[in-house]
Design a protein around this ligand. Structure first.
Ligand code: UD1
Length: 414
């Protein structure tokens, strides 16, 4: 498919109401976890976007059948293979999540080692250490991880860092392994809680005690019906976009309890936010106050919203600092934003952003969230901004441009 380009023009304010989609990052592991059963699963509120289509493809490669219509995915059939080719892994990093369920179900597999990625180095050592503790045996050769046929054992695993992916992978392996597996220093993101809810509905018994997950697994889990939680990162993207561009917008189907840190920072910057039933209403400040942020695992400020915050602070009255503590090199977007006139200076993992007067230029998106940040910057800049490499954005936002346009944004795609 030829790549699309976004054309963004200066937009003085956004107004109206949009509905937040199901969470991409919650849907991905839930869809992968259907590998743990041969029974039918019905997953609702699945966003229609490229990463989800890649997961459907991956499930089919492994033997499952997928029917997707109206944001509901019906997954049926049996896991038949534990062989994941490189072309599938390259398309979607989250494909490494199949290792846990595949090892729990068939005990062996051969998976391509995932490569680097635009937001920096993304090792999977924590995933592999967990599987090793569960008595998995593997060797890495020719760019593949080859797991020997072995039964996984329940055990205690302490993660050195609360990695989201490692927690999900080990959690799925543990849910399909009889006995109690304890995961200490587990990630606590809402997407992890959602995965625990799904696995519990499938028949695993899971207790969440602070940072520890106690997983009482079974080798036979059942099918079930499950609704994906709203996308907190999409909601956060629109909250920051409205604050940055200006205006007054209502978000339907958004969970403010998953966004406390972001809402707190937005309020400090002068935005007015109220929760009203299942709506979050936001009114932008006239001139935002400068608010520095530091990314951290949940419930801290999400790394995924860091590029958007950097763009927002280009409008603030004084300079702000953004410290990236989750993916320390996630700043590839800076040089592109500088083409618009953004005043940004990076020292190590700290980005200093100063009040800037932006004017249109051609930008190339370098990753999913940076792509959204560049479009928002394009709406703030005088003249026309075009954003290329838009495939990054379509990986993770459902109807992004339709939603922006319905709010009055001066944007189109060609
Ligand atoms: C997930 C999200 C991503 C989000 C990130 C952090 C999905 C599909 N993606 O990514 O949008 O930005 O959480 O909230 O849900 N690490 C290791 N070794 C490992 C695993 C991770 O060193 O084995 C490091 C990473 O390099 C990174 C940090 O841990 O510096 C966080 O990574 P992790 O929490 O695993 O993020 P992902 O699951 O890849």
């Amino acid at each position: 498919m030829p790549d699309r380009v976004a054309r963004c023009g200066f937009t003085s304010s956004l107004a109206g109401r949009i509905k937040i989609s199901g969470s991409k990052n919650a849907a991905l592991p839930v869809l992968v976890a259907t590998l743990l059963t041969d029974e039918d699963c019905l997953i609702e509120n699945v966003p229609a976007l490229e990463d989800i289509f890649s997961i459907f493809h991956l499930l089919k490669v492994l033997g499952k059948k997928v029917r997707f219509s109206g944001n509901t995915a019906k997954i049926t059939g049996k896991l038949k293979s534990g062989d994941l080719p490189e072309r599938v892994v390259r398309k979607l990093r989250a494909s490494v999540l199949v290792i846990g369920p595949v090892l729990a179900r068939i005990g062996y597999g051969s998976f391509s080692v995932p490569g680097g990625c635009a937001i920096g180095e993304r090792p999977i050592d924590l995933h592999l250490e967990g599987f090793r503790k569960m008595k998995a045996e593997f060797e890495i050769a020719g760019g593949r991880m080859n797991f020997k046929k072995r039964k996984l054992h329940s055990t205690t695993i302490k993660l050195r860092f609360p990695s989201v992916g490692a927690t999900e992978n080990i959690l799925m392996a543990a849910a399909g392994t009889p006995g109690v597996t304890k995961i200490i220093n587990a990630a606590k993101e809402p997407e992890i809680t959602a995965l625990c809810d799904f696995l519990s509905q499938m028949g695993a018994k899971i207790k969440i005690e602070g940072n520890t997950l106690l997983v009482n697994g079974k080798d036979r889990l059942s099918g079930c019906r499950f609704g994906v939680i709203p996308d907190r990162i999409e909601a956060g993207t629109f909250l920051i976009a409205v604050s940055a561009v200006g205006g007054e917008v209502e978000l339907e189907n958004a969970e403010d309890r998953h966004l406390r840190n972001v809402v707190k920072k937005l309020a400090l910057s002068g935005a007015k936010i109220v929760k009203c039933g299942n709506l979050i209403k936001i009114k932008s400040p006239r001139i935002p106050k400068s608010v520095s942020v530091e990314t951290a695992p949940y419930p801290g400020f999400p790394t995924d919203l860091q590029p958007l915050w950097a763009v927002y602070m280009l409008k603030a009255e004084k300079a702000a600092e953004i410290k990236e503590k989750v993916f320390p090199t996630r700043f590839m977007y800076i040089d592109e934003l500088k083409r618009l006139g953004a005043r940004m200076r990076l020292r190590g993992n700290v980005l200093k952003v100063g009040k800037s007067s932006l004017s249109g230029a051609h930008l190339l998106a370098c990753d999913l969230r940076a792509a959204a940040a560049m479009v928002v910057a394009g709406l703030m800049a005088r003249g026309e901004t075009t954003v290329g490499n838009l495939f990054h954005l379509f990986r993770g936002y459902e109807n992004f441009f339709e939603k922006l346009k319905s709010l009055g944004a001066n944007v189109s795609i060609k």
